[in-house]
Every structure is written in structure tokens, then in C-alpha cells.
Design a binder for this molecule. Structure first.
Ligand code: EPU
Length: 429
């Protein structure tokens, strides 16, 4: 297995191109199940999760063609992917595949809408929490599906097709909103989704669906109103820039100090993160090309932050912020409200010398003057990258094991950081 070695202490100066958003690309790929015509996606990030979903969709009979890099194109431009689901060959999503990536459970809605049936493995738990799918199933039932659980699989049927419904979610779920939206666009009649997640990735999916002929109002809000259509066509759509990758590199620059342009970043998707970084004493400028982060010598100030659904501070940036606050001049309070077990990075950050105390869902981070490099590993994507941030400022050498977690969500991380002067090297296993 590959490892990443960081020798801390270098400032970051230069430009980091931001890739297409993983959490938009994955549901957009799944949208291709809804039409027999070709969906063309551009700015698709080159990530392990994207490759895995490709395999899962091919299993359902989707033809996928990925166009290689074109002459003169810069290395940061994403892939162009053509997905054609002329016929659905198989409506089963097997355990072996769904258990490797939770988002593949989201095929349930589109398969039901297009084929009137689906058999999808329950995803099971994961490192950051129990992550149930009850809201997905209730939404499908409200749209007229019959649901049974047999042998670890959700068996869903809608013999006469799905019917529009009024869905009100009790809590905000990105996945359940995607599922309800993707099913409702082909249902018969009108659907209202109340208390929908308003994450930019959902807006991106909705905008792509509209290009395909779907009728959706309230895009980017917490109430989506959908008028079902009988079929959808192909379309061409570019994936939005990754706001979590942006927030992550912003914190890398904040931690290491220096001056970095996050090229193509969309500041409008990052309001809460930018506010917190400014409170911490980091300069953030929104410029034409993206977002510029600089810190030259100023001390990091402690912050108090609760994670929350969009537009709140994203849970997917919580671990990274915690790494940054390990070296603030005072005590920060970080409360995780979305997932019950998303603190696996705490023990690993402690190996580098961080002083963090957990009280239920809240971490008290007492800033230290110095971190020291060590061997570390983490059990999920965002926790792993928090160790990279800490490693950039730690004295000596930090060795991050289980790099495959990073490869799920960060494209060429070591190249992007090295180009700005960091001493980051991948060591092949
Ligand atoms: N929940 C339920 N029942 C459900 C669905 C969700 O109780 O049926 C709960 C979850 O257990 C959690 C909360 O609702 O406590 C929110 O979960 P959500 O459904 O919003 O999460 P998700 O759709 O499974 C997506 C992202 C995650 C991100 C969360 C929250 C993708 C592929 N995944 O997950 O991203 O943390 O939304 O914003 O979009 C990551 O990229 O590292 C990642 C984990």
C-alpha cells in the first residue's frame, strides 16, 4: 500500500487548481440511469470513487466512455465522460459493490423510476457513523413503491410506476434528497420535497436534470417542486468545483503560511468556511480566478464552530479545521452535529502532539506551540487529509499510511501541494 511522506515546515506559495466535485460527480453519473440517451459530463475528477462507480454502473448495463486528455489541455482539467444507459441490463446492485461505496445505494431511486423495480444491497455501517437509509426508503414508499428487506437487500417495486407525492424530511439528508429528486422527475404527477438538503451538489444535479427535460422549481432551496415527465433526454453538463477540496487546501495554506491561489474555486459555495478562516486570522480574498489564501506570520486565532447542513460549516471540513486549530493561540471548540462518530482523527492528531479533549459531540482543541512528525493513519477520507494539514506544520517527518482513503477524494494531492513548495512525496507500497 502507498504511503505519503511529509517533511513539515515549508510555506506554500503558488496556484492549486481545484478539481470537479466528487460529491456532485457521483450522483451526476447515477443520473445517467434515467435516460436511454447519452449524458456527457465534463470536469469529472480522476478519483478512486469515480472509477468504482463506473464499474457499478457498467454492471447495470451502462456504456461508459472516458475521453483522454486532449492536446494542449492542462493537467488540471477533469475527464469528459459519456454515459449511455440504452437499456438497463440488471436492476440489482450487489453487496460486494455497494458495501465499498455508500453513494452507490443512490441507484435505487433512478432504477425504480426507469424500470419499476430495483434490488439494492443495504450499504451497512461505516467509519463515520451508522448512516441509516430509512429516509431514502420512506421517500420511495411515499412515491408509491413497495419496499421489502430480504437477505440484506432492499427489494423495491412500483409495478404501475411511481406517483408524485408530498415528502417532508424530518432531518436534512443529502443522499435522501438526491434519491427523492432522481425518482420524482419520472414519477406521474407533482412532488414536493420539503426540508430538502440545499448543498450545492444537489443544485448541480437538479440543473443537469433540467437540461435533460426535467421540470424542477426551487433549485438551491430547501423546498424542491417537481412536475414528473414521461422521459428524459441526454445532455451535456460540467461538474461544479469541489468546495471540500477548496476548503481543505485553504486550510493547508492557512496552516503552513504563504500565499496560494485556489484556481476555479467557487467562493459562493464556501461562505461558512471563509468566515471561520477569517476569524482564525487567515486572509481570504475572492478574486476573478478563484480564492486567494494568505497568512504571513500572523498567529492563528481559536474559533468556535458547529457543523451544520449547507449553508452551515460542512462536516466534510471538520477534521481539517481541527488540524488547523491544533496550533492556534488558545482553545477552540468544534461540535460535530451531522455524524455521531466523526472524530477518528483526534487520536492520530494526538500522535503529532495535538492537545484535544472530546466531550460527547464536542472537541475542545487546546492550541500547542509545536507539532512533531510521526507515523499516522486514518479510517476515512477527510480524517486522512486532516493529517496532511497537520503534517505540513509538524517538525520533521510525518508518514501517512492507508493512502487509499485519500485517493478516494483528492486528485493528485501530493502533486498539487508539491507545486506550491511543500515537501510531500508518495512512496509506492
Ligand atoms: N440519515 C438518516 N437516515 C437516512 C439518511 C441519513 O438518519 O436515511 C442521517 C445520517 O446518518 C447523518 C445525517 O442524516 O447523520 C446526514 O447524512 P446524509 O444523508 O446527508 O449523508 P450522505 O448523503 O450519506 C453525503 C456526502 C458525505 C457528507 C454528507 C453530509 C456524498 C457522496 N456523501 O453523505 O460526504 O459528509 O452528505 O454533508 O455526497 C465525504 O465526501 O467524505 C462524505 C462523507
Amino acid at each position: 500500500m502507498d504511503r505519503i511522506r511529509i517533511r513539515g515546515g515549508n510555506r506554500l506559495n503558488g496556484t492549486i487548481p481545484i478539481s470537479g466535485a466528487k460529491n456532485a460527480a457521483l450522483p451526476l453519473m447515477i443520473v445517467s440511469l434515467l435516460t436511454p440517451e447519452t449524458l456527457t459530463l465534463s470536469n469529472v475528477p480522476r478519483l478512486a470513487d469515480v472509477r468504482l462507480l463506473q464499474r457499478i454502473l457498467q454492471n447495470h448495463g451502462i456504456d461508459i466512455m472516458v475521453a483522454g486528455k486532449r492536446p494542449g489541455q492542462n493537467g488540471a482539467a477533469g475527464d469528459v465522460m459519456h454515459l449511455t444507459a440504452r437499456e438497463i441490463a440488471d436492476t440489482t446492485a450487489p453487496y460486494e459493490l455497494v458495501s465499498k461505496m455508500r453513494a452507490s445505494f443512490w441507484v435505487l431511486g433512478p432504477l425504480l423510476a426507469r424500470c419499476g423495480e430495483a434490488r439494492v444491497s443495504l450499504p451497512g455501517g461505516c467509519a463515520i457513523g451508522t448512516r441509516p437509509v430509512d429516509m431514502h426508503l420512506t421517500a420511495m414508499e411515499q412515491l408509491g413503491a413497495e419496499i421489502a428487506i430480504e437477505g440484506g437487500y432492499v427489494i423495491a417495486r412500483a409495478r404501475k410506476g411511481l406517483k408524485g407525492a408530498h415528502i417532508r424530511f424530518d432531518k436534512v439528508s443529502v443522499g435522501a434528497t438526491h434519491a427523492a429528486l432522481m425518482a420524482a422527475v419520472l414519477a406521474d404527477g407533482d412532488t414536493v420535497i420539503e426540508n430538502a438538503a440545499a448543498e450545492p451538489e444537489i443544485g448541480d444535479v437538479a440543473e443537469c436534470l433540467v437540461k435533460m427535460g426535467a421540470r424542477i422549481e426551487g433549485i438551491h432551496s430547501t423546498e424542491l417542486r417537481i412536475r414528473g415527465v414521461t422521459s428524459l433526454s441526454g445532455a451535456t453538463h460540467s461538474v461544479i468545483p469541489d468546495r471540500i477540496e477548496t476548503g481543505t487546501y485553504a486550510m493547508c495554506a492557512g496552516m503552513a503560511g504563504g500565499d496560494v491561489l485556489l484556481k476555479d474555486a467557487n467562493a459562493g459555495h464556501l461562505g461558512a468556511v471563509i468566515d471561520v478562516m477569517r476569524q482564525a486570522g487567515i486572509d481570504v480574498d475572492v478574486v476573478n480566478e478563484g480564492v486567494r489564501i494568505h497568512r504571513n506570520g500572523a498567529a492563528l486565532r481559536p474559533v468556535t464552530v458547529d457543523t451544520a447542513p449547507f449553508p452551515g460549516f460542512p462536516t466534510d471540513c471538520q477534521a481539517q479545521l481541527m488540524a488547523l486549530m491544533t496550533m492556534a493561540t488558545g482553545t477552540s471548540t468544534i461540535r460535530e452535529t451531522i455524524f455521531e462518530n466523526r472524530f477518528m482523527h483526534v487520536q492520530e492528531l494526538a500522535r503529532l502532539g495535538a492537545d484535544i479533549h472530546l466531550h460527547g459531540d464536542t472537541a475542545e482543541v487546546r492550541g500547542v506551540r509545536k507539532l512533531t512528525g510521526a507515523q499516522v493513519m486514518a479510517t476515512d477520507l477527510r480524517a486522512s487529509v486532516s493529517l496532511v494539514i497537520a503534517g505540513l506544520a509538524a517538525a520533521g517527518e510525518t508518514m501517512i499510511n492507508r493512502v487509499y482513503h485519500l485517493d478516494r477524494g483528492f486528485e493528485t494531492l501530493e502533486e498539487k501541494l508539491s507545486a506550491c513548495g511543500a515537501d510531500v512525496t508518495r512512496i509506492s507500497g
